[in-house]
Design a protein around this ligand. Structure first.
Ligand code: UDP
Length: 319
């Protein structure tokens, strides 16, 4: 696991250990926390662009699969600092795939994103919808998908690329959750509701959506983590390389999200601001392929559980 100490990675690490896998995590701890490893998983501290470090990590055992989470993930940051995103996300994935080839690891699960799709109106996005990322983050991940496709054609590597829609929520027991990167809407709203920030700014009310604010398909991190175990099971059963959307197929607007946080946690200040660079109006997943092909069965497919668990975890963090 790369990035196994991060927000999504730590939930997958935990579920893998609980399912009986032996997990080694590579994490540079730039945004991950070693305390997020709940079952004593082995941690190799370092950067995935460091090929010597990867060699040492791969040589320390026999690995059946790599799950790759380590990446920079904030859309507006990627607009401001594109080279950092291509370096960490694209070059990082390239170095990791070179190490997989060298050390003969042939199953690969990749964290991709709905940001590969870009602006589009109409119904939910299928995996065949046109890709047209609106920002460097999405482009850095789309290039990774293309590299993976080429490598899978040329070698014995098989992969599953999971295109995450908007991941939120936390471990239902509130042991792990989103600690860093406080730019995502549900995290920001939970912080405001708990008095950790003065207000939430709505980035644009002039989108072509029912209430004018951005619409996203929020997926609970536990359900997303489950999709990774399903993907691994699929590859273990010789499944061919595939890309899957990860969302519930239902979009919520920024205003609807803020309303639900207010309902659960009380009032906080909301201000209307301009659109944010790199944002699109709506991203909603058609995830029928994930359900059918991988047998994915989500447990928390509702906004109320997502926000309840996000709030409960946020309360465990220092102010
Ligand atoms: N958003 C907002 N205020 C915030 C953070 C986000 O209005 O403080 C909006 C954003 O414009 C988008 C939606 O919430 O429409 C989800 O944004 P987020 O940053 O959570 O995820 P993204 O879709 O950019 O990956």
């Amino acid at each position: 696991m790369t990035g196994g100490c991060g927000y999504i990675g730590s939930h997958v690490t935990r579920q893998l250990s609980e399912a009986g896998y032996r997990v080694t995590v590579i994490d540079d701890l730039s945004r991950g926390f070693p305390g997020s490893l709940l079952h004593g998983e082995r941690l190799v501290e370092g950067d995935i662009r460091d090929s010597a470090l990867l060699d040492r990590a791969f040589a320390s055992g026999k690995f059946s699969a790599v799950l790759h989470f380590a990446a920079s993930i904030v859309v507006p940051d990627s607009v401001a600092r594109p080279l950092e995103y291509y370096d960490n996300n694209t070059l990082g994935t390239l170095r990791l795939l070179q190490a997989c080839q060298k050390h003969q690891v042939r199953q690969f699960v990749f964290s991709s994103t709905a940001a590969v799709y870009g602006e589009r109106e109409g119904g939910p996005l299928t995996e065949d919808s046109p890709v047209a990322p609106s920002n460097p983050y999405g482009r850095s991940k789309l290039i990774d998908e293309w590299i993976l496709g080429d490598v899978a054609l040329a070698t014995a590597l098989r992969y599953v690329a999971l295109r995450y829609f908007n991941v939120a929520g936390a471990d239902p027991r509130a042991r792990i959750g989103q600690r860093s990167v406080a730019t995502h809407l549900i995290k920001v709203a939970c912080e405001a509701a708990l008095g950790k920030r003065p207000e939430v700014v709505i980035f644009g009310t002039d989108y072509r959506t029912p209430d004018g604010t951005g619409v996203r398909d929020y997926i609970h991190v536990e359900d997303l983590a489950g999709a990774h175990l399903d993907a691994l099971g699929y590859l273990e059963k010789a499944g061919e390389s595939r890309t899957f959307n990860c969302g519930y197929g239902r979009g919520y607007s920024v205003k609807e999200v803020l309303e639900e946080v207010r309902r659960q946690a009380g009032d906080f200040r909301i201000r209307i601001g301009p659109r944010r660079a790199g944002d699109v109006s709506q991203l909603v997943a058609d995830s029928s392929a994930l359900r059918k092909t991988l047998g994915w069965k989500p447990k928390y497919a509702n906004l109320s559980d997502i926000i309840q668990h996000a709030l409960a975890f946020e309360k465990t963090l220092p102010r």
